[in-house]
Design a protein around this ligand. Structure first.
Ligand SMILES: CC(C)(COP(=O)(O)OP(=O)(O)OC[C@H]1O[C@@H](n2cnc3c(N)ncnc32)[C@H](O)[C@@H]1OP(=O)(O)O)[C@@H](O)C(=O)NCCC(=O)NCCS
Length: 141
């Protein structure tokens, strides 16, 4: 049975998913801090097995970032990612009632743009804005 949990801070489960999608898990203490400082998150379970996760980070009122949308490979293609996005967007809609000027960002991985476009995200350049940028020297591989 599919179950949803809000604001799960289980380091082990996060790292398990992170590894499963090929991103390579952080050290536990790094993940712990990241989850402690997360504004809102959705975890999806098949019975007791974690199969999906997504979170919102940011200042909680003006700027929010959707981050770490991940579905365990064997469960991909079954609308779990859609479920996670819809739940995060429900939360965002509530924040928008408090602050109509809220801006919501995300950084899509290469070739994942189509997935996010289904939820109304557009490329910044199509909104006549500059590109999003990332500090290159901090990318460690
Ligand atoms: C991307 C990801 C979250 C999608 O989750 P999912 O549960 O497999 O996706 P869904 O079944 O909800 O798919 C919803 C729609 O998005 C499309 N979609 C899913 N993954 C896609 C991808 N990688 N590229 C383009 N479209 C994609 C589906 O075809 C589907 O389209 P439809 O509504 O027309 O049928 C999941 O594949 C994943 O975890 N990938 C690895 C981690 C990752 O890349 N995360 C995103 C980082 S930015």
């Amino acid at each position: 049975m599919i179950k949803i949990k809000e604001n799960n801070k289980n380091v082990y489960e996060f790292n398990l998913l992170y590894d499963s999608v090929g991103w390579g898990a952080y050290k536990n203490e790094v993940t712990k801090k990241a989850l402690d400082n997360t504004f809102y998150s959705i975890s999806v379970y098949n019975d007791d097995e974690i199969i999906g996760y997504g979170r919102i980070i940011g200042d909680t009122i003006c700027f929010l970032y959707i981050q770490d949308i991940m579905v365990k490979p064997e469960y991909q293609g079954n609308k779990i990612g859609t479920l996670i996005m819809n739940k995060l967007l429900e939360k965002i809609d509530k924040i928008k009632e408090e602050n109509p000027y809220l801006r919501v960002y995300l950084g899509a991985s290469k070739n994942r743009e189509k997935f996010y476009e289904k939820f109304g995200f557009i490329k910044r350049i199509d909104a006549d804005l500059g590109y999003g940028m990332i500090l290159k020297r901090l990318e460690v591989h």
